[in-house]
Every structure is written in structure tokens, then in C-alpha cells.
Design a protein around this ligand. Structure first.
Ligand code: PMP
Length: 347
């Protein structure tokens, strides 16, 4: 018998229910497509650079991120999606057996990454009530050396208040990782200023959502140079493909206006979708992301019936404080309209 890791025995693979559907609203990506400069960069540079390694630790991408985020290059780390930046941060700051605390519900990969590094994931329910804000005392009481907070939060779409987050950052004994994968869709609620000014804050961001580049797997993090240096150790030198880095750089420098226009339309259609869902008797949670979480009884059955009608949404069962729910990604109105029509038939 091969002596596999004990701590890996019960770890499942990530496999949300999915089948190819004409309307796929299941992963909160940019449903308008990918940034205009991507096409040019892939055609012009694509085949020229494949035989050599990219430069170690992605200096071009770091420069572009630093400029975009208004920080120094020393404040920036990057990874194979922000998934990777989160994973590296857990490995960089925690020893096996340490606690990582996070609000519940939140991004499902966090407890998974915790287990991959033999850490102890400790969920702390979001506060009950309409705003679903952080339970700061509950998170601090875990004594975790790393506390993860996602805002706007996946899957709820709700945001952490600045007061709660600042209190958490001030009193945490270690690092507070603020995942802002959806911040481009939010009204305010950008916490890069905390990453710039506090020694214990790492903000992670992604090119996968508003920037429309999920397939290229590029994410980044901003924090104090001493913090970032530790994450870079856990990261290793070659986390991007040459092409992924080149396209991310062009998107950050040439396509910000395109990204903002897509995000604005996604937000407008999110609220229009909310109206359509209300007309069906449903009450989505408040959202600052490009998606709505809609409590629906028997969500799994509803999700399967929607897939039979060529509409894929993300199903959640028994979410803490919410129950069964569907998460519907927002983009061009014709897609929203198809989802509403299918949902009306199913309900
Ligand atoms: N954080 C959150 C909250 C997410 O929803 C996702 C993607 N589902 C990620 C991080 C990871 O995205 P990526 O690795 O594509 O950057």
C-alpha cells in the first residue's frame, strides 16, 4: 500500500453540478466576453514566446497591477488565479494544524484550501439580519492566525461594513485576507487602502470576473512588502503562462474602460433581474456582486430542472442562515431573460 497523506483521505475534488448549457450563469464570470486587447495580444505575441520560461515572479504583471492599484511593485504578488494567491497565503502564514477562520457562508474553496495545507477550517456564521455583516467578536475568538473575509461575499453578494472590517484588522492577532474578487461591481467597499496602510492586510483580486479572463488564470494580491514577500516564497517563480501574463497586462493597461462598462451593465441587469425574481414571488439577498443569491426551497431539484431547460445556475443546499438557494450570475439581458423564463416554468 502506498502511504498517502492521512489528512487527504476525505478531501473531495471541487465538482459543482454542471452540464453544458446554452445559458451558463453558474460561475460569475464576465458574460459579455473577454477584453478587446486579448485578441490582439494572443495573435501578435502568441507563438513568439512559447519556447522559453516567463520571467520569474511576473515582473511585467506586477508593474501593471501596481500602476492599476496605485501601489508600489513591492506591494504586489500574483498567482494562477486568486485561488492560488489565497492558497499560497494560507501556506505562507500558517503551520499545519493552525486555525483559519472565515465567515459562513463564504467562498467554498477556502475550507478546501485550508484542508489541503492540513489547517483547521473554522467557520463563523455571518450575523443574522438583513445586512449579514461580519461577526467580528466570533472571528477574533477563534484565535486564528489568518482570518479570511470575502467582500462582496460569494455566494451571498452581501458586503462587510468598513467599521466591522477595520475593527477586525485592528484586533486580529495575525493576517486578515480580504478577498475582493467582485469589488469592481460594488458601490464603494474597496479595501485596497487597508492593504496599503496596515501591516496585516492582504487584499486579493482577480482577472477572472469583471476583467473577463477566467480561462487565463491570473489573480493578484496587495499588501505590505513584508507580507507579500512571504506569499511570494509560497508561490514559487512560474505561476503564469507567458500568454496569460501578457494578456493580463494589456487588459489592465488598455481595457479598464471596457471592464467598467461591462460591470455597470451587469449591475444594472442584476437589479432588473431582481425585479423579475420578485415578480415570481422570490426575494433575492441584497448584492454588490455580479450575481444574486435567491433562497429557493428544494434548490437541487430546481437547479436540475433549469439545466434541462439549458440554463445552468449554481445550487446551494442548506447554507448557514439562508437555507437552499440559487446563485445566478448577471450579464447581458437576453441571458437573464432566458433564466427568468425557465425559472417561471420550473416554479
Ligand atoms: N474568490 C472568490 C470569492 C471567488 O468567487 C472566486 C472564483 N469563483 C475566486 C476567489 C477565485 O477566482 P480565480 O482563481 O479565478 O481568480
Amino acid at each position: 500500500m502506498i502511504p498517502f497523506r492521512d489528512t487527504y483521505r476525505d478531501i473531495p475534488l471541487y465538482s459543482p453540478a454542471k452540464k453544458p448549457c446554452r445559458v451558463d450563469l453558474s460561475d460569475n464570470t464576465n458574460l459579455f466576453g473577454s477584453p478587446p486587447s486579448a485578441d490582439r495580444v494572443l495573435r501578435e505575441e502568441g507563438l513568439l514566446k512559447l519556447s522559453r520560461y516567463p520571467a520569474g515572479y511576473a515582473p511585467d504583471l506586477k508593474r501593471a497591477v501596481a500602476h492599476y492599484a496605485g501601489v508600489a511593485v513591492e506591494n504586489v504578488t500574483t498567482g494562477c488565479g486568486s485561488d492560488d494567491v489565497i492558497d499560497c497565503a494560507l501556506r505562507a502564514f500558517l503551520e499545519p494544524g493552525d486555525v483559519v477562520a472565515f465567515p459562513d457562508p463564504t467562498f467554498v474553496m477556502v475550507p478546501m484550501f485550508a484542508r489541503l495545507s492540513a489547517l483547521k477550517p473554522v467557520p463563523v456564521p455571518l450575523r443574522a439580519g438583513a445586512d449579514l455583516d461580519l461577526d467580528v467578536e466570533g472571528l477574533l475568538a477563534t484565535g486564528a492566525k489568518l482570518i479570511y473575509v470575502c467582500t462582496p461575499n460569494n455566494p451571498t453578494g452581501t458586503v462587510a461594513s468598513r467599521a466591522a472590517l477595520e475593527r477586525l484588522v485592528d484586533q486580529a492577532r495575525g493576517v486578515v485576507l480580504i478577498d475582493q474578487a467582485y469589488v469592481e461591481f460594488a458601490r464603494g467597499g474597496d479595501f485596497l487602502d487597508l492593504a496599503r496602510t496596515r501591516p496585516n492586510v492582504l487584499v486579493t483580486r482577480t482577472m477572472s470576473k469583471a476583467f473577463g479572463l477566467a480561462g487565463l488564470r491570473v489573480g493578484w494580491g496587495v499588501g505590505a512588502p513584508s507580507l507579500v514577500a512571504e506569499v511570494e516564497k509560497a508561490r514559487g517563480p512560474y505561476k503564469h503562462t507567458t500568454l496569460g501574463e501578457a494578456v493580463a497586462v494589456s487588459a489592465l493597461t488598455e481595457d479598464v474602460a471596457w471592464m467598467e462598462a461591462c460591470a455597470a451593465e451587469a449591475v444594472e441587469n442584476r437589479e432588473r433581474l431582481r425585479g423579475g425574481l420578485r415578480a415570481l414571488g422570490l426575494e433575492p439577498l441584497p448584492s454588490e456582486g455580479n450575481f444574486l443569491l435567491v433562497p429557493v426551497p428544494e434548490a437541487r431539484r430546481v437547479g436540475e430542472a433549469l439545466r434541462e431547460r439549458n440554463v445552468n445556475v449554481r445550487v446551494f443546499e442548506g447554507l448557514t442562515g439562508v437555507g437552499d438557494a440559487l446563485r445566478i450570475g448577471c450579464g447581458p439581458w437576453p441571458l437573464m431573460s432566458s433564466a427568468l423564463k425557465a425559472l417561471k416554468e420550473v416554479l
